[in-house]
Design a protein around this ligand. Structure first.
Ligand SMILES: [Zn+2]
Length: 56
């Protein structure tokens, strides 16, 4: 998967879906319950949420 693509992720806790980049430079938190969904790590994002869709 190309990490620079836009992805739609779904929070594993509350199910809230939001769109972000696969290569995150900042932490992404859930807008619904505020848990950490995505964390930058060594240039790549560590994704802790479910990926629903990858935009091409
Ligand atoms: Zn949530």
């Amino acid at each position: 998967m190309d990490k620079s693509k836009l992805i739609k992720i779904k929070c594993p806790r509350c199910g809230n879906a939001q769109t972000t980049y696969g290569r995150a430079t900042t932490m992404v938190k859930c807008k619904g319950c505020n848990i950490l969904l995505l964390k930058p790590k060594g240039g790549k994002a560590k994704i802790r949420a479910f990926i629903k869709h990858v935009f091409h």
